[in-house]
Design a protein around this ligand. Structure first.
Ligand code: ZN
Length: 192
């Protein structure tokens, strides 16, 4: 037998999400991004992975469907990026691989840093309608991470598939977490 693959969010994530949504859905994009960034910050303080957080929300009601944090190092899984975790857990939550549920819902992915090449590739298959990003790829590369070979027109490319992209939401706050990761000498785990 080979090992089975289980990717489980650390228990502190649920605690943090519960506190953040205690007063109801996060109606403002600033609040939704603050959750993604707070998850990224707590992730490095807990030592559970890289400086990245994300969450999937219902784009109309702002209901949180699923959070995600980067678990690459702790889960021994190079695919365990925050966006992949949030999209995958949202799909489990809805018991549907298509987050749009056959076009009946609009879903938003909020991510503390813009998607890398892998997450960019995964986004169209997830049934999302929109993405909101904090830090830019250049901010992530500035602390040593490799974002992979993403097309330079990736925003337009997603738009053509009906997925709108909003960038630079709370970018400075997102970048501050990346810088904190550098300060604490967090592992930079690029492949070769
Ligand atoms: Zn990624």
């Amino acid at each position: 037998m080979f090992p089975s693959l289980t990717l489980e969010l650390p228990s502190w994530v649920a605690t943090q999400v519960k506190a953040a949504t205690a007063n109801g859905p996060l109606q403002r994009i600033e609040e939704r991004m603050a959750l993604a960034i707070d998850l990224s910050a707590q992730n490095i303080r807990e030592g559970s992975g890289g400086p990245f957080g994300a969450a999937v929300f219902d784009a109309d009601t702002c209901e949180l469907i699923a959070p995600g944090v980067n678990l690459v190092t702790s889960a021994h899984a190079s695919i365990a990026h925050a966006e992949i975790m949030a999209m995958s857990i949202a799909q489990q939550q809805l018991a549907d691989f298509d987050l749009s549920q056959q076009g009946s819902r609009r879903m938003e992915l909020v991510t503390s840093s813009e998607p890398c090449a892998m997450c960019f590739g995964a986004i169209p298959w997830a049934g999302l309608s929109q993405i909101t990003c904090g830090a830019r790829a250049e901010d992530v590369c500035a602390i040593g991470f490799d974002e992979g070979d993403k097309p330079s027109d990736w925003v337009d490319s997603l738009s053509r598939r009906g997925i709108s992209v909003q960038r630079d939401q709370s970018r400075e706050r997102a970048v501050a977490v990346l810088q904190e990761y550098l300060t604490i000498n967090g592992p930079i785990y690029n492949g070769r």
